[in-house]
Design a protein around this ligand. Structure first.
Ligand code: NAD
Length: 716
């Protein structure tokens, strides 16, 4: 052994070859600060050992190196710019010193080699992958770009076009794909990996492979003539502009950096990379996206822990109601291997539910993601029925009938009378209090909310609602089943609308009031989509959800939380509902929906909608974009704060993830709490106070006022 650390060690093999093995104690292999300094020490030991003919780099774990240690980023990036620059500069020089060792280096890449792991592999002269390899540079997903030489070496190894595609999308590759693109030099089976890499190293040392030329290519400017360069970078810039848009600075910075660095050697190019990295590390987008990563980790580990404690294994699901939601839930259950009985009172609804499942599977087949056998197996795993008795063997029942407390109460009682004593019963209600629904059950401890989002097969979130009598066993089993169904569970406590809809309706109320004060709904949609970054503005979202569904839910919310959610007089959505403008489902809402001559769907602001709103609203006027955003987002933020203060949700991080996964909150903003924090709590309080006269949804709690006054954070 010529070097031994906590994360890696170097030993001498026969014949003068050395082996550097990553094998972190008690953790996956990752580049935290300690590992980077161990790599530097190991490099120095290799350089000074004398007589080393070459070094094999590999991992002793199921994955090579998963990347940098993201948990270190928040405190690191809070340092002054110069210190972040020094850190990233020093770190990337460690990789350079390794690359400059005076003998060949070959990397054996197994499992994940992401971010810093991929950059370690690129610092070697050659790479061998195996059939478990996933290699890539996913930094863009954190609002960053590679910082340990990835933007310099990858373009010089696989060409700038391919490299920019890797980096700007963040997608990783398997070994075969990486081989085709030239990122690795061979792919072998996992059991042959070390042997193959060692053989390649020996060939290199014996001069059978020209490792010096490979290394020289990584250290020289990019081999592009002027025309090629112009074509390559303008295409990449256009692609990034179209796909990432203006809210995500990282992919733009990557194109700019690789382009500027293309005429420079390694050291010049790395200086540009270091500078670009620091600029990105300081953006709000990076802060938000790193926050999402950490929150996602929290949500995942909480879910796993809860699922582990489950004593009941759900093998058969039953879904009541074969509508939009019931059909989607039955499909999701079946496709993930839990057969589902789907009950309705209406034969046509059952047919529609099955047809919807077949349509989703058909689309999957077109994209090559589903084969005929999977399609048949999934459809066979859904049993449509009109009979309650078919439900009797179900381990779990998910009620998804119409959003009416009386109907739900009757249905839930019938379910309880049919199923086994230990079966779990859930409701997919979007707004009705779980405690209220539990009153119709004899055993409320086996009951909770299981709130899926529409469309079920696409939306990742399931909000699991704990009623006052719900048992821990029930929650654990529902969390475990949610995970099995491929969804992300977030457990919240009961209140009308739970977390996600409780914060959505004040946002809609802010929108309604803004229209009554003279705003044009198309202008509001435009600002909320283009400037704030929502996938849909509020008018369009209401049309998609269904104006009738939304109006009905708003009434339930008004009944549940009258002090803030009482309906507005002349609420535009109610006017629309009364005029049978139900949104996309009947082709007319705030917008009219149709198809153009070529069969493409169209969406045009409806004169009929203006005709309904104009007589009851103030004279039409333009609102500043900041005012539009404030008047919609303050109510949402206020309600989220109240949910946290009342213990409806456990943490700001979980609230952020719920809004991201359930509503499509713009990821570059990181969630509602991250949005408030980015603005600064004191600024948020001042802004809310400015609009407090508009009504209770704008009036902030004492809690947030105190936090702002004391300089506290929701993420502390
Ligand atoms: P839907 O109207 O599309 O479907 C309801 C189905 O329930 C209909 O097929 C109806 O025939 C059936 N039904 C009515 N009474 C029944 C009974 N006694 N037994 C069995 N089936 C019965 O409604 P949906 O949009 O699917 O909503 C269902 C539930 O899901 C509601 O509680 C709703 O609030 C909730 N939800 C809806 C959405 C959404 O975006 N649509 C999102 C989340 C949650």
């Amino acid at each position: 052994m010529i070097y031994s650390g906590d994360s890696l060690s170097v030993s001498m093999l026969d014949d003068g070859f050395a082996e550097l093995v990553f094998d972190a104690k008690g953790s996956v292999n990752k580049f935290d600060r300690q590992t980077v300094s161990e790599l530097d020490e190991a490099t120095a030991a290799l350089a000074s050992h004398g007589g080393v003919k070459g070094v094999l780099v590999r991992s002793n774990k199921g994955a090579f190196i998963v990347g940098a240690d993201i948990t270190e980023f928040t405190s690191l990036f809070a340092l002054p710019d110069e210190e972040v620059l020094t850190w990233v500069g020093n770190t990337s020089r460690v990789f350079d010193r390794f690359e400059d060792l005076p003998f060949p280096t070959v990397c054996a890449v197994n499992g994940f080699a992401l971010g810093g792991g991929c950059e370690m592999a690129l610092a070697c002269d050659m790479r061998v992958a195996d059939n478990t390899t996933r290699i890539g540079l996913p930094e863009v997903k954190l609002g960053l770009m590679p910082g340990f030489g990835g933007t310099v070496r990858l373009p010089r190894v696989i060409g700038s076009d391919n490299a920019l595609e890797w980096m700007t999308t963040g997608r990783d590759r398997n070994g075969e794909k990486a081989l085709k693109e030239g990122a690795v030099d061979a792919v072998v089976s996992a059991d042959k990996l070390r042997e193959a890499a060692l053989a390649m190293l020996k060939d290199a040392a014996e001069g059978k492979l020209n490792w010096e030329a490979r290394r020289a290519q990584k250290k020289a400017p990019l081999q592009l003539n002027k025309n090629e360069s112009m074509m390559s970078f303008s295409t990449a810039a256009a692609m990034v502009a179209a796909q990432a848009g203006k809210h995500y600075p990282a992919p733009h910075m990557m194109v700019e950096t690789v382009q500027k660095a293309s005429t420079l050697d390694r050291d010049g190019a790395l200086t540009l990379e270091n500078q670009g990295f620091v600029k990105l590390a300081k953006t709000d987008a990076a802060k938000a996206q790193i926050g999402i990563f950490m929150a996602d980790q929290l949500v995942k580990s909480k879910g796993k822990k809860q699922a582990k404690s489950a004593t009941k294994d759900v093998k058969l699901n039953a879904v009541l109601g074969a509508g939009i939601m019931g059909g989607g839930i039955a499909y999701q259950s079946a496709v993930k291997g839990i057969p589902a009985v789907m009950k309705d009172i209406n034969r046509d609804a059952l047919d529609l539910g099955l047809k919807e499942a077949a349509t989703i599977l058909g689309k999957g087949m077109q994209r090559g993601k589903v084969d005929a056998a999977k399609m048949a197996a999934t459809l066979n795993a859904i049993t449509p029925t009109l009979e309650y008795s078919t439900l009797k063997d179900a381990d779990m029942v998910i009620e998804a009938v119409v959003e009416n407390p009386k109907v739900k109460g009757i249905v839930l009682k019938e379910v309880e009378d049919t199923v086994a004593d230990d079966a779990i019963i859930c409701s997919n209600t979007s707004t009705i209090s779980i405690n209220q629904l539990a009153e119709s059950l004899e055993k409320p401890e086996r009951f909770c909310g299981m709130h899926f989002f529409n469309p079920v097969h696409k939306m990742p979130l399931v909000e699991i609602i704990r009623g006052k009598d719900t048992s821990d066993d029930t929650i654990a089993a529902v969390v475990a089943t949610t995970l099995k169904m491929g969804k992300t569970p977030i457990v919240v406590n009961d209140c009308p609308g739970f977390l996600v809809n409780r914060v959505l309706f004040p946002y809609f109320a802010g929108f309604g009031k803004l229209l009554l004060d003279g705003a044009d709904f198309t202008a509001v949609d435009k600002v909320m989509e283009k400037v704030f970054g929502w996938p849909m503005g509020p008018a369009y979202l209401m049309d998609v959800v269904g104006i009738d569904t939304g109006d009905h839910a708003a009434n339930v919310m008004a009944e549940g939380i009258p002090e803030r959610m009482a309906r507005l007089d002349n609420d535009p959505s109610t006017l629309m509902y009364k005029a049978d403008r139900l949104g996309q489902k009947n082709g007319k809402g705030f917008y009219n929906y149709g198809v153009d001559k070529r069969g493409k769907p169209t969406k045009t602001a409806a004169d009929e909608a203006y005709a309904l709103i104009n007589p009851v609203s103030a004279e039409r006027k333009e609102f500043d974009k900041d005012e539009i955003i404030a008047r919609l987002m303050i109510p949402m933020a206020n309600e989220a704060i109240r949910c946290l203060e009342e213990g409806i949700v456990d943490s700001a991080a979980e609230a952020d993830m719920a809004l991201l996964y359930g509503l499509g909150f713009p990821p570059f903003r990181g969630g509602i709490f991250r949005y408030i924090e980015t603005m600064g709590l004191a600024n948020f309080v001042a802004l809310a106070d400015k609009y407090a006269h508009l009504g209770p949804i704008y009036q902030i709690s004492d809690g947030v006022r105190d936090m702002a006054a004391n300089g506290k954070s929701y993420f502390a």
